[in-house]
Ligand binder design. Structure first.
Ligand SMILES: [Zn+2]
Ligand SMILES: [Zn+2]
Length: 309
C-alpha cells in the first residue's frame, strides 16, 4: 500500500482538534480485519432470537413491543444520546437527561458508550483522510462489508491514541455502562419475560437488538456508497451520502452527506424536505427548556475543504 503520509494534500485544519491523534497517517490505514468472537456471537445470538420471534412467537403484541421499543432506543438513545450528544456534544441539556439518553443508546446493543464513541471517532477521522481502510469506509461489496461490520473488527497494526475528554472518560456512570453494556439488556429481558413470557423476550430484546445492529450496518453501507450528495469534502477518501428514503426509520441519521459536511451540527436534515425526527424532538425539548445551546452549521468554523456539488 502507498504510504499515505507522503500524499500531496496537507491535513485539513478541522482535524487539528480531533479526538484521534495519529503519529503517522498510515497508523489509521495499516491493519487487518479479523473475526471477533464477542461481536460475532452477540449478533448471531440475537439474530437467532429474532428468527425465533418471527417463526414461533409471532403476535401483534410482540410485534408492537418490538416496533415501539426499537423506535425509542433509536430516536432517544442512538440518535439523540449516543450520536448528537455524547459524540458531537451538539447541544446542552441537564446531566440526568444526558444519562437517560446515553443509557437508551446502550439499549441499541452496538457497544458501550465509550467503545461506541471510540469507534465513531476512528471512522470519522479515517474517512476525512485521503486514504482510508476499506473497513472504515464501507468500501467492499455489501456481503463482505456485512460480515466485516457485523462479526469482525479492524485490528490496526499501530493504533492511534483516541483522547477522550475527562468529562466523558472519567464519568462513573459511563464507565459502568461500558463495563456492563451487554448485561444492561438483562433487566429488560426479565421484565419482558414477566410481562409476556419468552415471546416478549425474543421480540423486545433479541429482535430489537438485531434491528439496531443490522440497521446500523446497512445504513452505514448505503450512506457511504449510494445516495445524494450536496457537498463534497475535497481530499476526503470517502463522501457521505443522503439516503432520503430512510429518513424516518433512521430518525434523521440518514442525512450523512450533511453530517460529513457539518459533523458538529445537532440538525442533520438541513432543509424542510429533509425529514429529521431527531431534530423535531430536539426542537420540542428546547421549547420546554430541557435543551439549549443547539449548534447548527452556521455556528461551526468554516471548512476550506467543503465544496457544493
Ligand atoms: Zn461517514
Ligand atoms: Zn457523527
Amino acid at each position: 500500500m502507498k504510504d499515505a503520509g507522503e500524499t500531496s494534500l496537507p491535513l485539513p485544519a478541522s482535524l487539528a482538534t480531533h479526538r484521534v491523534r495519529h503519529r503517522e497517517v498510515r497508523d489509521v490505514i495499516v491493519g487487518h480485519v479479523a473475526f471477533s468472537p464477542t461481536k460475532g456471537l452477540w449478533f448471531l445470538g440475537m439474530l437467532a432470537g429474532a428468527v425465533c420471534a418471527a417463526a414461533f412467537f409471532f403476535s401483534l403484541a410482540g410485534l408492537t413491543l418490538f416496533v415501539v421499543s426499537t423506535a425509542v432506543v433509536l430516536l432517544f438513545g442512538h440518535s439523540l444520546g449516543s450520536h448528537r450528544k455524547l459524540v458531537h456534544d451538539s447541544y446542552g441539556c441537564p446531566r440526568w437527561l444526558e444519562y437517560t439518553l446515553v443509557y437508551l443508546g446502550v439499549q441499541v446493543g452496538l457497544a458501550g458508550p465509550l467503545g461506541l464513541l471510540r469507534q465513531h471517532e476512528m471512522r470519522d477521522y479515517a474517512q476525512r483522510l485521503q486514504e482510508c481502510h476499506d473497513y472504515l469506509r464501507h468500501g467492499r461489496k455489501w456481503w463482505l462489508d456485512a460480515w466485516w461490520q457485523l462479526c469482525c473488527e479492524l485490528r490496526l497494526s499501530n493504533p492511534p491514541e483516541i483522547a477522550l475528554e475527562k468529562r466523558v472518560a472519567d464519568d462513573r456512570f459511563f464507565q459502568w455502562l461500558e463495563r456492563t453494556w451487554m448485561a444492561q439488556h438483562l433487566p429488560w429481558a426479565i421484565l419482558f419475560y414477566g410481562w409476556g413470557g419468552w415471546a416478549f423476550v425474543f421480540w423486545g430484546v433479541c429482535a430489537r437488538v438485531t434491528a439496531g445492529v443490522f440497521g446500523h450496518w446497512i445504513i452505514g453501507y448505503l450512506a457511504h456508497n449510494h445516495g445524494e450528495m450536496q457537498r463534497v469534502v475535497v481530499g476526503a477518501a470517502v463522501q457521505g451520502r443522503n439516503v432520503r428514503w430512510t429518513s424516518l426509520v433512521t430518525m434523521g441519521e440518514c442525512w450523512h452527506n450533511n453530517h460529513h459536511a457539518f459533523p458538529g451540527s445537532a440538525r442533520l436534515g438541513l432543509r424542510e424536505d429533509e425529514w429529521d425526527p431527531g431534530w423535531w424532538v430536539l426542537s420540542g425539548l428546547r421549547s420546554i427548556g430541557l435543551v439549549w445551546n443547539i449548534r447548527l452549521p452556521a455556528d461551526l468554523p468554516p471548512r476550506a475543504e467543503l465544496r457544493p456539488v
